[in-house]
Design a protein around this ligand. Structure first.
Ligand SMILES: [Zn+2]
Length: 316
């Protein structure tokens, strides 16, 4: 492995003035624009483009900003929190039935088209909340790629359960979200450090490389992540990191802006020390690489790879 693609992403939420006081999000659109641009500028110093996942109302309100960013080589995708998009719902995306999810994505795509004149091709849902219909719905509706999973996350109350999910980019599965599949839809999982599984209040998660966190040893996590990717040797090696548009990246002294620089330094240094080149990429680039590969078909083997829990569990 000579190169690892570095995919820097941001979820662009509605301002809290438009949603709910307890929701995450920037205080208003002016601050959001400033902070979004500043995030792209910092990533640009490392040669990394940004993939922005934009909530539909934000796409409409800030179409000019995002069109400018796209023209400069950044990538745009749709972002949705079900309860923020439609207040009839009190859940995240994975709590919707398949018909509800199709209807919501149809409405959101119409707003997107109103903003940009084209339909969205890339997607990330809030909280990485999903059920097994996710990949077939996205594929049916013409999406080409997404960053829709966070391996290891177990947040049942948010319909966000990804224990055992693939760690590297892969095609989506039409019927079971935790396995690679054959759809013409590429998923780029958020990159996690699998060295330590955390358990808190009935939830589970691995650390990922978002600058939002406080007190993480980013250098240790970046080194672990690079070593884990080298050991897995996936077909499409990439590091996918995220944040949100509610942090002041324009103030270089702010906590999260400092963390962001620390993370990017940690990733580039970890790659260099491991003898691989860190190459800036977008979700569009990863999608092309995944979909250019032949579909891998695994033959079902009823005795293969089983862990025998007790003797009665043996295939007869
Ligand atoms: Zn979000």
């Amino acid at each position: 492995m000579k190169e690892i693609d570095i995919v820097v992403t941001m979820d662009c939420e509605r301002p809290v003035s438009d949603t709910h006081p307890s929701a995450s999000g920037p205080p208003n659109l002016e601050k959001a624009a400033l902070w979004t641009q500043a995030y792209a500028d910092i990533a640009g110093r490392y040669g990394f483009p940004v993939t922005f996942f934009v909530h539909p109302e934000v796409a409409v309100a800030q179409a000019g900003l995002f069109q400018e960013l796209e023209a400069k080589g950044h990538c745009l995708g749709l972002h949705i929190h079900a309860w923020r998009f439609d207040d009839r719902y009190t859940c995240e995306f994975g709590g919707l039935s398949e018909n509800e999810a199709r209807a919501m994505l149809g409405e959101a795509s119409a707003l997107w088209q109103q903003a940009f004149g084209v339909r969205p091709r890339y997607f990330r849902q809030g909280t990485l909340s999903a059920n097994d219909s996710l990949f077939r719905v996205l594929s049916d509706l013409g999406f080409r790629g997404g960053s829709v999973s966070l391996p290891g996350r177990v947040f049942p109350d948010k319909h966000a359960v990804w224990a055992g999910a693939p760690l590297d980019p892969h095609r989506g599965n039409a019927t079971f979200r935790l396995l690679p599949g054959y759809l013409d839809f590429a998923n780029m999982p958020i990159t996690v450090d699998t060295a330590q599984l955390n358990t808190r209040d009935g939830r589970q998660f691995y650390w990922d490389l978002r600058p939002d966190f406080d007190g993480l040893d980013y250098r240790a996590h970046a080194r672990n992540v690079v070593a884990q990717i080298q050991a897995r040797a996936p077909a499409v090696p990439c590091i996918n990191m995220l944040t949100h548009n509610d942090y002041d990246f324009a103030d270089s002294e702010s906590r999260v802006a400092k963390n962001f620089v620390a993370v990017l330094d940690a990733i580039t240094d970890a790659c260099r020390d491991a003898g691989v080149t860190a190459v800036g990429a977008t979700l569009a680039d990863i999608t092309e690489k995944v979909l250019a590969r032949p579909v891998e078909s695994a033959e079902f083997d009823p005795t293969g790879g089983r862990v025998f829990l007790d003797l009665d569990d043996r295939p007869g």
